[in-house]
Design a protein around this ligand. Sequence first.
Ligand SMILES: [Zn+2]
Ligand SMILES: [Zn+2]
Length: 179
Amino acid sequence: MTDLSSAAAKNGHTMECPKCLKPLTVRTEDGLEMDYCEACHGVWVDHLKEKKALKIKPEVFSMDELARLRKLYVPLGRREPIRYVPCPVCKQLMNRKIWGSYSGVVVDVCGEHGSWYDAKEIEKVREYVALGGIEYEKMVKTDQGFSDLHSKLIQETTRLDVKISSAYRRARLWSLIGL
Ligand SMILES: [Zn+2]
Ligand SMILES: [Zn+2]
């Protein structure tokens, strides 16, 4: 089942899976053409198609919904041994990147062309997005920003306190000597 209108074929070459080097086949899902590997079930997502492929759309989540994610998603700890694989379009080695900060999914990204999702990873990221993952990241960043600001303020106040009290002691000393 080969579709010659595939993005890859349009570029005049067949793309192969970066992991197992089998030719990718085009599958249409919700009207969106994506390049799949039938062998390892990975999928190539063009940068231009990312929003559609991951079903990213503006949505409003409640604080409760976002707080729930705190239990579901934790920053990645130890990662699997790293193996860099080539971009199916330009053959340059791709970077390994955590999708978002908390999804737990590490994808291979070519800055220019797109990202490679191993089997089930695209579903995991879609779920993360659907549950409010993107908004959650913003919330965590803001929380972190606030607590950083808070501890900075405390440090500054303590420093000022020390300065004021030593200045005060000096002033008292001078006034004593002045007597
Ligand atoms: Zn493959
Ligand atoms: Zn590339």
